[in-house]
Design a binder for this molecule. Structure first.
Ligand code: ASP
Length: 208
């Protein structure tokens, strides 16, 4: 149909890359399976840049189900490239083997992960994972890996709270943390519009 741009969200990792080889249109990956979610990482980094002025030297704790998270993969890549120190934390069953090769540090101790962090980013836990035996119960998950006010207090005083959404209240983050004035979750959504507008502009204006 001679489209200039194709925005593709697909359950299979690599699908947009395959399509990009077959068409003349610019292809934007809007999330491919458990692989990558580049525009989410760009909007996350824009939000951090707005709040902190830089990513260089910031401690970013990405916490939750790293294994199944395309958001985590794109953010690890983007943030380490921009000079942030990324620390990953979640149950051992949800940490992919070899992820430390990306330059991120891995821990299963949540207090250690969030200690003196500049950014805490929660990742969504899909409740179906409980049936796969990856964690025993939502309550236990929250106890060991959830961010509540006590854990938030271990981070820097001006640390911001992020989440790609949708958030399970009381699982990844407590309601107090989601709704506190350090939470930038709504701003992430707003910045998503700007990032995607900018990308569409660049992809339709530039020589490819
Ligand atoms: N909530 C985000 C989105 O819908 C994150 C994701 O899909 O993984 O794009």
């Amino acid at each position: 149909m001679e489209a200039d741009v194709i925005v593709m969200r697909h359950p299979m990792g690599g699908a947009p890359h395959m399509l990009a080889k077959a068409v003349k249109a610019a292809v934007i990956n809007a999330g491919d399976g458990m692989h990558e979610h580049p525009t989410q990482a760009l909007l996350d980094m824009m939000t951090i840049h707005e709040k902190k002025g830089t990513l260089e030297g910031l401690k970013v704790a990405i916490v939750g189900d790293i294994q199944h998270s395309r958001v985590a993969r794109s953010n690890i890549w983007g943030m380490t490239t921009m000079g942030a120190d990324v620390i990953l934390c979640g149950p051992t069953t949800m940490i992919p083997t070899g992820i430390e090769k990306t330059g991120a540090v891995v821990t299963t101790d949540m207090d250690h992960a969030v200690k003196d962090a500049d950014i805490i980013m929660g990742l969504r836990i899909q409740r179906e994972r409980q049936n796969d035996g990856l964690f025993p119960s939502v309550r236990e998950y929250h106890q060991f890996f959830g961010i509540d006010e006590r854990r938030q207090a271990l981070a820097k005083d001006d640390a911001i709270i992020m989440h790609p959404g949708p958030v399970n209240r009381g699982v990844e983050l407590s309601s107090m943390v989601i709704d506190c004035d350090r939470s930038v979750i709504d701003e992430q959504v707003t910045n998503g519009v700007a990032i995607r507008m900018a990308l569409l502009y660049m992809m339709t204006r530039s020589e490819r």
